[in-house]
Design a protein around this ligand. Sequence first.
Ligand code: KE4
Length: 431
Amino acid sequence: MPQLTRSAELFEKAKQFIPGGVNSPVRAFKSVGGTPVYMAQGSGAYLTDVDGNTYIDYVGSWGPFILGSMHPRVTAALDYTLKNIGTSFGTPIEMEIEIAELLCKIVPSLEMVRMVNSGTEATMSAVRLARGCTGRDKIIKFEGCYHGHGDSFLIKAGSGALTLGAPDSPGVTRGTALDTLNATYNDIESVRLLVNENKGQIAAIIIEPVAGNTGVIPAKPEFLSALRELCDNEDIVLIFDEVMCGFRVALGGAQSLYGITPDLTTMGKIIGGGLPVGAFGGKRKLMERVAPLGDVYQAGTLSGNPLALTAGLETLKILQDENPYPELERKAVILEEGFRNNMKKLGLNYVQNRVGSMSCLFFTETPVVDYTTAITADTKKHAKYFHSLLDQGIYTAPSQFEAMFISSMHTDEDLEKTITANYNALVASGR
Ligand code: KE4
C-alpha cells in the first residue's frame, strides 16, 4: 500500500485555492474515491509521486504519450528551442508550415489545417466553421462522446462529465442545448431520425470514430460508412474528432483504419507531444472560410508557438521514422490476453474493448457498443479494482469511462507485472 501522506497534504491545501483541488475534474478521484496522487516526476512509461512511490503509467497524460514521456529526441529538441529560438513570438514562424505540411501528408482528410492550443479549441472551431459554411445551427453528437468542454458539447457528454454524473452542465444556455442533438453511437437509424426531424437544419455531425470517453467503443465500419453517405446526401459536414484516437490507433488515425474520409478532423494530445497543442483541418473549400482568408473567425495568442510545436513535430517525426504501431499492437494483445486468462481463472467474463493501444476493461458482461451499454458497468467494482492496481504500483484512469493507453516505452516485464496486478485487482474488486 503506497504511503500517500504528501499527496493528502497537498490535496487539502489545493482545495483552498483550486475548485475541487484540481485543474481538470476527472483527476479528482471522485468516482473512485480516495486521494488524488500528486505526481512529482515522469519518464517513459513510469511516474513517481510526491511520496516517492513509483507506478507503471497507463494514462500517459490522457493520451499524448504514445512514445512515453520525456522521449530523448523530444527533450533534446525542446532543449534546442529553449536555448536557440524562444517560446513564443506571436508572429508566423517556419515551424508552423512544417507541422501543417506534415499533418496534411499524414492525415488523409487534411488539405489545410489550423493550429490551436487544445482539443476543445479544435472542436469548438470546427463546429463554428461547419455552421458558418452551411448557414445551419444544429449539430448532432453521440451520447457519451466527449469533445471537450465547449458549451455545444456538454449535453450528454462523456469523460469527466459522465464520470461525475453531470453529462449536462449548468451554465449551458437553453438555446445552445436546443441546437445540440444526441444520437446513439453505432445506431444509424437514430441519426436518420434526427436528420429527418430537423431537415436542412443540421450543420454538422461530430463523432469520435473510436470513442475513448465512454471507455473505449469502436465504431462499427458499416455505421461510419452509413454516416458518411448520410452526410453526403444531406450536405452535412462530417467531423471526426480524433483528438484521442488520432495518431494513436494508426499514424493516419481512425480515418485511415476505416478508410472513411471526414470533411473536417479535430486533433490534439499526441500532436503536442505533451505540450498544449490542438488542430482542426480538412477540405480546402471549408478551411478557406477560416479568418483571415475567410469570414469564420478563430484565433489564439499562443497558437503555433515554437515550444509546443517543437514537441509535437518531433513526436510526429518519431512516429513516422520508427512506426511503433506493430509493436504497440503486440504489447496490447499480450495485455488483453493476460487479462482474459485471469478472468477465465476467476470465472469472470467482463468486456474488454480495444483498438490498437487504447483499451478499456468494463465491469459488465454486456457487450459495450454505446452509452447505454457502457453504463451497465459496475463503477463500484471498478473503484475497488482501480485502488488495488494503484496499491500494486499500476496507474490507470480514475474512472470506468476512460481509456487505458500503452506506450512504446512499456516493456514486456511491465506488461507481466500488470497482468499479475490485474489478477489481484479482479479478486479485490469482488467476484
Ligand atoms: P482538451 O481540451 O482536454 O485538450 O481536449 C478535449 C477533447 C476533445 N475530444 C476528445 C475525443 C477528447 O478525448 C478530449 C479530451 N479527453 C479527456 C480524456 N478523456 C481529457 C482529460 C481531461 O478532461 O482532463
